[in-house]
Write a protein that binds this ligand. Sequence first.
Ligand SMILES: Cc1cc2nc3c(=O)[nH]c(=O)nc-3n(C[C@H](O)[C@H](O)[C@H](O)COP(=O)(O)OP(=O)(O)OC[C@H]3O[C@@H](n4cnc5c(N)ncnc54)[C@H](O)[C@@H]3O)c2cc1C
Length: 434
Amino acid sequence: MDLLTANDRPGHYPDSYYAATAPLLDAFPPAASLPQEARRADVAIVGAGYAGLSAALCLAEAGYDVIVLEANRVGAGASGRNGGQVGPGQRVDQVSLEGMVGASKARALWQVGLSALEEVTSRCATHHIDAEWQPGVIEAAHRPRFVSEFEEYAAHMGQHYGHELEVLDREGIQAHVGSPGYHGGLLDRQAGHLHPLKYLLGLARAAVAAGVRIHEGSRVLDITPGTGVQLEGADIAASHVLVCANGYLGSLLPGPAARTMPINNFIAATEPLSPDFARSLIRDNHAVADTRFVINYFRLSQDLRMLFGGGESYGWTFPRDIAAKVRRPMLEVYPQLADTRIDYAWGGTLGITMSRLPHFTRVGKDVLSVGGFSGHGVALATLAGRMAAEAIRGQAERFDLMASLPTPRFPGGRALRHPLLVAGMVWYALRDKL
Ligand SMILES: Cc1cc2nc3c(=O)[nH]c(=O)nc-3n(C[C@H](O)[C@H](O)[C@H](O)COP(=O)(O)OP(=O)(O)OC[C@H]3O[C@@H](n4cnc5c(N)ncnc54)[C@H](O)[C@@H]3O)c2cc1C
């Protein structure tokens, strides 16, 4: 099954609230239309999501000639369809990270996470990208025991990282989130949420202004290290190749593919709500993500729709009725939305790793790959692009730090790993209900 085409019409964005409300760019010509003499660059980048465009922008700013090759449209992957929640740090919490990689590396990774957040806000400021940034993300506890864990975690983050987190008790979370299902929460005011496709298109505009050549409808079929990339109807010569294909990597690079598993996740956007109703669901316009293994994550859009993410699928194809799939968890959290219409529902594919830490690697001579952001890539993939650009320019400290993180192969090889993942995921999803 080919995830680049399984669920999408090539050349079209999904029918998402984001695509309906972002200032879409005119189509970029395919690489196959380039004259022979233009089929070369210093760096060829595969994939026009946050990682690919951020790397392209950094390299062009440093004077490199860069071509970005995108199979579909810019931001048609996870970057243009996600939940828009932007947190500091990694997908894995700092206490678990300390256990995985030791205190000193965990500290370095926290700094990386802070830089990632800054990268997003400074790109928006520098390039005048109105991505509708709103501060505040709440983690909501679906079990009482998580509240005491939140207290310990907030104390740890304050003491060891100087990072302030506000613990919400039952009354506190009920004041913020009008759902009967939560026992407490953890509010991070430094985190926030944005319109993911507006942010992505802003990066694409900035990249073009810096001289990057973007080609849509340009699927890379093969890579020859040190030489360039092969597409249908065009070869592009480039001394460096950077692969930023994330959940859509397929079999392009077998090494990273064995460590990055694609999974699908779904979002629905309701009709616009009245201001009073909207504020009764989320009082201060923060984003919310809960503690379930199959996470529910939700926030209000600028025009006061509930944007609700929930429900995963581990088969390759999206369910036929995505709205019905998301409606179920949405009504479990907010029964009061029972009579509210869903105007948009869409799915997206993301890359996860076994450790939930991103996978950075060098594949052969001058071929780099970044991906596996495990549902935490708005900021991290943006910074990953900068770190890959630094490595191409010969300053690889931050890239090497990320490349040293444990991202084991999924068990079972290519044939078995998917059924095993499904079995594991279904078990954990069941535990959410217990
Ligand atoms: C439904 C959903 C909700 C999410 N919610 C959040 C959230 O709230 N917060 C958060 O931080 N993260 C979230 N994520 C994850 C986040 O969106 C990703 O981590 C991030 O967008 C990854 O960016 P990327 O550039 O690595 O990959 P992508 O944006 O997926 O880009 C990869 C691109 O590569 C292209 N491509 C692949 N193969 C080829 C090829 N052979 N030739 C040419 N082009 C190719 C694809 O078409 C695609 O455009 C979510 C993801 C999904 C799907």
